[in-house]
Design a protein around this ligand. Structure first.
Ligand code: SF4
Length: 468
């Protein structure tokens, strides 16, 4: 039976067992890809990566998904882990769109542009650093080169501090219909400590503009583990954002990576970061309050209303995962544009140069600005399927997967399945001859279950964020 809004069964609520979360929480990949992006090793100019794009035009290839990385920000938030360029020079926006035009031309010449585009995402940075006229130009670039479907999911990351009604209008005109609003924390002391001053009226104003303009879905991003946060202050933040009535929420764990992001060192110097127990308490309070308010835990920091398409897809077994997180869009090839963006086809992953200059130079030379990538082996393909099914369905059905993957899953992966014994003994998974089921207690540790099927994972050698 296909589930719809009318015949939804009640959601299966994850259970919080904080002792088990303490026991198993480790630094682990977020599995927006398998193998994870840290394993991309093939240099960008390698023939095999170029061939993988040509191969993506095979008959019967799925739809397209487009990602545009718009890296500019007016000010630096000190916690930020994104690829950004901090500047107040608006001319940067215009010249960046010029370069995006060149990059789109390079890619569009290599792919079948008749394939429908079912997903578009503007990420950053701050996409609305681009003035409305540059957003309009970017829209023309997309519509002039590709064919967005009538039900295309078009999402934009929004910073309420840098949003005007004119931005919203420009985004709506080019087809944007989903917004993800960066709030992080509503406490003024925390905002000062992270160098992101954002009075609550800006959040309310942004949501009101977006809703009035007809955006179908509004997501709010929060972060726990930031300086000066406590479970008590974060509880108040949750209460305040619930009053804004978002369709979805993302509650991310702050990733402290000062060796990659030196601006984060200030938190250590000021000794303002909460400890792991306080952080766990914040996550518990967020999870408890959001699920009590009727939001469904989609997995890995994401919550959605029970009638949201993500929650429906999860219960319907049609949820997917890609570089933008959870999605209802299956089988599409992702083409990323702009600095640091990642592309993914059936057989390959590719990441663009992270530096603006290197990215520009490659485009100016008429080359795809690929820094590195990976071509998947047959075994990578199989493990990608297993990892994604754990992350999305919370179960592995051996018979169904064996017929898809062309191997007997139970015997081919017998060592990995045997390694689930400790998780099973603690009630996080149930293993049977037919498959593996993640229990409600195991849902907060989905990454830990997926990790057992990750042949690339070396404990201690990976500098990923903690699972909680
Ligand atoms: S958090 Fe957002 S607005 Fe702040 S620096 Fe990072 S990308 Fe820019």
């Amino acid at each position: 039976m296909i589930l719809t809004e009318e015949n939804l069964p009640p959601p299966v609520a994850p259970m919080l067992d904080l002792d088990l979360i303490r026991k198993y929480s480790v630094a682990a990949p977020r599995y927006t890809s398998y193998p994870p992006a840290t394993k991309f090793t093939i240099p960008g100019e390698a023939r095999e990566l170029q061939d993988a794009i040509a191969d993506d035009n095979r008959p019967g290839a799925g739809p397209l998904s487009l990602y545009f990385h718009l890296p500019f920000c007016e000010t630096q938030c000190w916690y930020c882990g994104c690829s950004t360029v901090v500047t107040r020079n608006r001319d940067s926006a215009s010249s960046y769109v010029d370069d995006l035009e060149r990059e789109v031309a390079l890619v569009a010449a290599r792919i079948d542009r008749k394939r429908p585009v079912t997903q578009i995402h503007f990420g950053g940075g701050t996409p609305t650093f681009l003035p409305p006229e540059e957003l309009a130009r970017l829209g023309m670039l997309i519509h002039g080169n590709f064919l967005p479907s009538s039900d295309c999911e078009f999402g934009v990351e929004v910073d309420p501090r840098r949003l005007t009604a004119e931005h919203v209008e420009a985004l709506r005109v080019i087809g944007a219909n989903r917004a993800s609003i960066g709030v992080q924390d509503t406490n003024p002391q925390v905002q000062l400590a992270i160098h992101r001053w954002q009075p609550p009226e800006l959040n309310a104003r942004a949501i009101s503009w977006l809703r009035e303009a007809g955006f179908k879905s509004v997501n709010i991003d929060l972060i726990y583990g930031l300086p000066l946060q406590t479970a008590e202050t974060f509880s108040k933040t949750i209460d305040e954002v619930l009053e804004l009535n978002p369709d979805r929420l993302s509650v991310f764990s702050y990733a402290h990576v000062p060796w990659l992001k030196p601006a984060q060192r200030i938190f250590e110097a000021r000794k303002q970061l909460p400890g792991p127990e306080e952080k766990l308490a914040m996550w518990a309070v967020a999870h408890t309050k959001l699920t009590a308010a009727g939001y469904v835990d989609i997995g890995l920091d994401h919550f959605a209303r029970a009638n949201d398409e993500l929650a429906i897809a999860q219960r319907n077994g049609t949820l997917h995962r890609n570089f933008q997180g959870y999605s209802t869009q299956a089988g599409s090839s992702l083409y990323g544009f702009g600095v640091s963006s990642i592309s993914s086809t059936f057989d390959s992953y590719r990441q663009n140069f992270k530096g603006l200059d290197e990215w520009r130079q490659a485009i100016a030379a008429g080359q795809l600005p690929i820094d590195r990538g990976l071509v998947l082996t047959d075994e990578d393909h199989r493990r990608r399927t297993l990892t994604m099914r754990v992350m999305c369905d919370r179960r592995l059905d051996f018979r169904a997967l064996s017929s898809i993957l062309g191997v007997d899953v139970a015997s081919h992966y017998a060592p990995e399945i045997a390694e689930l014994a400790d998780l099973e003994a603690d009630g996080l998974v149930v293993c049977s001859p037919d498959g593996i089921e993640v229990t409600p207690k195991g849902v907060p540790l989905l990454r830990v279950v997926a990790m057992r099927f990750d042949a690339t994972f070396t404990p201690g050698a990976n500098r990923h964020s903690q699972t909680i």
